[in-house]
Design a protein around this ligand. Structure first.
Ligand code: NCD
Length: 311
């Protein structure tokens, strides 16, 4: 299933995304950010948020995005829904479909869950994070926040970005890597072998042993990832203190003028210091803020509203 359908369009993965597709979403997001959402483009649409796993930023910004653009919004989570009684993902999606959902936003602990959901509904399915799989809207909002800071989308080309931390367990990494590449950025990975996935060899990216080495490499941006203890089986690092020494971003790294990003939630003092989170070099608040307009653009494209408006 690709990006383009006849009426609706699923957003499941950015693995094969092109520069043009990225630009299309970001241009539309910019229009919504400038006030076009006030025309309530999603006025006759029903958006269902089906979150089977914890979320703050993603859930809240999808809900705000849909409401501010005029959609009816229904939220279900494991607690308080029939999922608690053992209803499957597929049956839940079929039920939401029967109730008239135009878009279903799915977060699930299993990789591939959003793709499975998409097979069982005519509604557009948007992947809001599936296990270690993908998190496409996170990467889109990251590109939006970074291109805003640099001035424009074309400014991304040729910039150096180091992806730092727990890449093995990160769906965010699996989305930002192809997205940053498609935007023309130069990438490196900064992680111990134990936190790199097997497929990382095939990505053909330089692997650096510490944040200091990323600064020496000439990084313009450090994209830090949370140490995802809930997804870890067995010991992958000798100790948190040892990990923070090599893979933690500290204020001293920011002297080089490097920007720092993090998808949140942050483990302060582990992958990034509290001072670095709050510094002027930090794009973290801008990343969160970008979530609303970028998700409005995604919802409009997913439900076919954007095409109708352009026609
Ligand atoms: C991430 C997620 O849940 O995939 N957070 C987010 O959506 N902003 C990253 C994480 O959990 O570390």
């Amino acid at each position: 299933m690709g990006w383009f359908g006849l009426l609706t369009r699923d957003f499941l993965t950015l693995e094969d995304v092109s520069r043009g597709e990225l630009k299309e979403v970001l241009d539309l997001a910019r229009a919504y950010g400038a006030g076009a959402h006030a025309e309530r483009p999603l006025a006759d649409k029903t958006v269902c948020l089906a979150f089977f796993e914890a979320s703050t930023r993603t859930a809240v910004s999808f809900e705000l995005a849909a409401r501010r653009a005029g959609a009816d919004v229904i939220s279900i989570s494991e607690k308080g829904s029939a999922i608690e009684k053992g209803e499957s993902l597929v049956d839940t999606v079929v039920t939401l479909d029967s109730l008239g959902a135009d878009a279903i936003v799915v977060r699930h602990p299993a990789a591939g869950a959003a793709r499975l959901a998409a097979r069982h509904t005519g509604a557009a399915v948007i992947n809001a994070g599936d296990g270690r799989g993908q998190h496409p809207t996170q990467a889109l909002l990251d590109l939006y926040a970074l291109s805003d800071r640099l001035g424009e989308f074309d400014e991304l080309a040729g910039r150096k970005i180091a992806i730092v931390g727990d890449i093995l367990h990160s769906r965010v990494a699996r989305s930002v890597i192809p997205a940053f590449r498609a935007a023309g950025m130069e990438l490196s990975l900064v992680a111990p072998d134990t936190l790199l996935p097997r497929e990382s060899g095939a990505w053909g990216l330089p692997i650096l042993p510490s944040v200091d080495d990323a600064i020496d490499w000439g990084a313009d941006v450090l994209y830090t990832l949370r140490l995802q203890k809930e997804r870890m089986t067995g010991a992958r690092i000798p100790s948190v203190a040892e990990y923070a020494r090599y893979y933690g971003v500290a204020e001293r790294h920011l002297k080089s003028g490097v920007l720092v990003m993090h998808p949140g939630p942050v483990n302060r003092g582990v992958e990034i210091s509290g001072g670095a989170v709050l510094s002027d070099s930090s794009l973290i608040p801008a990343q969160v803020a970008s979530g609303v307009t970028v998700r409005q653009a995604v919802l409009a494209l997913a439900t076919g509203v954007a095409e109708r408006m352009a026609a």
